[in-house]
Every structure is written in structure tokens, then in C-alpha cells.
Design a protein around this ligand. Structure first.
Ligand code: TMP
Length: 234
């Protein structure tokens, strides 16, 4: 029987670190696992990720009108959903039939938090589109790494200033997409991030969620997650 686990949280909450640690632990314990991230995980999905997360538009000019940061909210919602539709059809659905623990770094709750609460798109519209793209597939467990947006953005900003101080012109022109991705959403106001955080708090009342204080140490967080996963798989 497969188990489907999603990691959620705002920028700089440590989801990627924890999802990777969990994946490595599961493999080390002899189980089969798959580590995915959203948006992405398929060739179409990775191209959509580039459009969604690039601060610069196709011309590459930061100040041009093609700047992707001016994307319409509904377009954004549909792009995240189209990347998800590919991931569901090509990767998640086939693996749900296997004895695999599927770990996804972000899933549908990100869309509800960012496009619903953050962008203020009607929540029924967001949920309808999510249902179309997922055919109702939901995680068995959603792990929220919870951190106040003020604190988390400090972490992200220090990563970004490290990037800005890079002297190598090649790296400067082609920053790692994850950092660039954080940058497009990091450009949003603190109120945007507070709405996203509020959305997560509302959703985490569901019994299929585990909320962990993301300011704890990496090891402490990993151990809490592992305790919960053991209950699901043994
Ligand atoms: P990340 O890979 O660093 O988590 O970046 C993905 C960004 O995309 C992050 O800022 C959250 C955002 N996002 C949405 O706005 N909606 C979604 O449905 C997903 C999956 C991500």
C-alpha cells in the first residue's frame, strides 16, 4: 500500500531540507520512496516552473514589461494546476498503485494558501480547479513546517543577499532556480505572506495534518516527522 505525504510551509520554512531527510531515512530503512516537488517533477512541469518562478520574463530584462512578476493571478493558478496535472497523471497516479512512500515538497495546500488566501482568488474556484487537476487525489498526511513570516523572510533575504554578492558573472546571470523562485514570491508584501500563513493555519486544523514548529533544530524536526511516518507505515 502506498502512502502519500506532502510538505507545506511558507518561504524559508525548511521543507526541502526535511523532505530530503525523510526520503533518505525511508530508503535507509529499506522502504521504497519517491521524492517529488511542485511545481515540477515532469518535463512539462519543470518548464512551467521556470515561467512561474522566474523574476525575469522571456526577454531576461528585469525591468521589462514581460517581467513574470506581473502575471495575472488566475493565469498563475492555472499554470500551477497544469504542472500538477502532469505530475498526477505521469508520476503520482502510477505510483499510488505501488508499495511506495510518495513525498511531495508542496502540493494542493500551497495553491489554497498562495493563490486562495495570498492572491485572494475565491476559495471555491481554487478548490474546483484543484479537483480538476488532481481527480480528487489527496495526501494521507500533510506536514506543515510552521514559522512566522517575519522570521522566515529574514532567512530568505540573507540567502538572497548571498546570491547578490556572488562575483561570478555566469552564476549571477543564472541563479539557482530555487533561489530565483523564492525571489519572485519574496517580492510580495509581508501582508501577502501573512495571508498565506493564515491559510495554512486554517487548513492545519484538519486531522490529516501534522504541524511542527519550524524554528526547532533540523534533527528535532526530522525525529518528530519520522515518529509520525512510522505510525503510518508499520
Ligand atoms: P519553492 O520550490 O521554493 O517552494 O517555490 C515554489 C514557490 O511557488 C513558492 O513560493 C510557493 C509557490 N507556489 C504557489 O504559489 N502555488 C502552488 O500551488 C505551489 C505548488 C507553489
Amino acid at each position: 500500500m502506498s502512502v502519500f505525504v506532502a510538505f507545506e510551509g511558507g518561504e524559508g520554512s525548511g521543507k526541502s531540507t526535511q523532505s530530503k531527510l525523510l526520503y533518505e531515512r525511508i530508503i535507509a530503512e529499506g522502504f521504497s520512496s519517491l521524492l517529488l516537488h511542485e511545481p515540477g517533477g515532469t518535463s512539462v512541469g519543470e518548464e512551467v516552473r521556470r515561467i512561474l518562478l522566474a523574476e525575469r520574463g522571456a526577454t531576461g530584462k528585469k525591468s521589462s514589461r514581460s517581467k513574470n512578476s506581473t502575471m495575472n493571478s488566475l493565469t498563475e493558478l492555472l499554470l500551477f494546476s497544469s504542472a500538477r496535472s502532469e505530475l498526477i497523471e505521469k508520476v503520482i497516479k502510477p505510483n499510488l498503485e505501488k508499495d511506495t512512500i510518495i513525498i511531495c515538497d508542496r502540493f494542493i495546500a500551497s495553491t489554497i494558501a498562495y493563490q486562495g488566501y495570498g492572491r485572494n482568488i475565491n476559495l471555491d474556484t481554487v478548490e474546483n480547479i484543484i479537483n480538476v487537476s488532481t481527480h480528487g487525489i489527496k495526501p494521507d498526511l500533510t506536514i506543515l513546517l510552521s514559522v512566522d513570516p517575519d522570521k522566515a523572510l529574514d532567512r530568505v533575504n540573507s540567502q538572497l543577499s548571498l546570491l547578490d554578492s556572488v562575483s561570478n558573472p555566469v552564476e549571477k546571470e543564472n541563479p539557482r532556480l530555487d533561489v530565483e523562485g523564492s525571489r519572485r514570491f519574496e517580492l510580495e508584501s509581508i501582508n501577502f505572506h501573512k495571508r498565506v500563513f493564515q491559510g495554512y493555519k486554517e487548513m492545519s486544523k484538519d486531522s490529516s495534518w501534522l504541524t511542527i514548529d519550524a524554528t526547532k533544530s533540523i534533527d528535532e524536526i526530522h525525529n518528530l516527522i519520522w515518529d509520525k511516518i512510522q505510525m503510518l507505515i508499520r
